[in-house]
Design a protein around this ligand. Sequence first.
Ligand code: C2E
Ligand code: MG
Ligand code: MG
Ligand code: MG
Length: 286
Amino acid sequence: HRCKDHDQKFGFFTEDLTLQTQHRVKLENQLRQALLHKEFHLVFQPRIDIATEQINSAEVLLRWIKPDGKVISPGEFIPVLEEMGLITSVGEWVLMRACIYASQWQKKGQPIKISVNLSAKQLRQPNLPDIVTRCLETSGLSPELLELELTETSMLEDVSHSISQLSLLRDKGIRIAIDDFGTGYSSLAYLKQLPADTLKIDQAFIQELDSNDPSDRNIVQTIIQLAHNFNLSVTAEGIETERQLEIIRQLGCNEAQGFLLAKPMNEPELLTTRHAFNSRTQVTRD
Ligand code: C2E
Ligand code: MG
Ligand code: MG
Ligand code: MG
């Protein structure tokens, strides 16, 4: 749409910019208020173990609920928080809250591994390992129940720094997931070097599985084989249809996440959904 902007007459173009600036200033002010007034909330999207059909883990997703009840998705405000220099403090809050929830589940004998998204800025924070340690110690959560998701792109911004940070975290027993895999066009040589446990195939590739073109299936098959060769567990993101689920099952994918299985939900709903799923296929140990 940038090209279209440039095609506009100069007058329209500056008017657009003024409106954009006003909108931006308003958004930034609202975000500062949101922090003060605790308008951020966490929701959880279950991940299903394909072989056992159990829910053993969930991704933590941030939501901004405005005073008028409107829910804003992170895609809209995380980039702004990043530019405002606020993502590290919001990210630390997310991590601490998520660890406290997961530790409560662990104490109740209902352990669910949590996957927390980190922004590239958090990965570059020199004290990230200390922050994570503090969250684990304060909450009492076992490190094996925490996974940190970093996009392929953010890991590759500074490969050697990423490798040393992620190695420190993994030494504590925390899992690392490569998020949105396949969108970053990274070289396979890097994938081999990254200290990670899980690879999450981006939903763009999963959507393509509904087409009748066999090459789309071949791409996903290649990613899964490659990941397994590097001892990574594979999660397919954005599963919306039975057909997609069936194909990734046939291809040996380990976990599935998507609206077909479960939407992001609040904490009480997560616990009841987990219970319903896990007692369907196995006598529960609760
Ligand atoms: P992501 O980490 O790749 O998270 C998955 C996104 O896909 C979530 O969007 C989820 O609601 C959505 N999703 C799940 N299943 C389906 C499906 O079947 N179909 C479709 N179309 N979408 C599905 P959400 O919650 O809007 O989050 C968007 C992105 O915002 C996340 O992508 C992540 O990169 C970022 N994000 C979310 N929470 C946080 C956070 O606490 N910190 C940071 N730094 N980033 C976050
Ligand atoms: Mg994620
Ligand atoms: Mg993702
Ligand atoms: Mg994504």
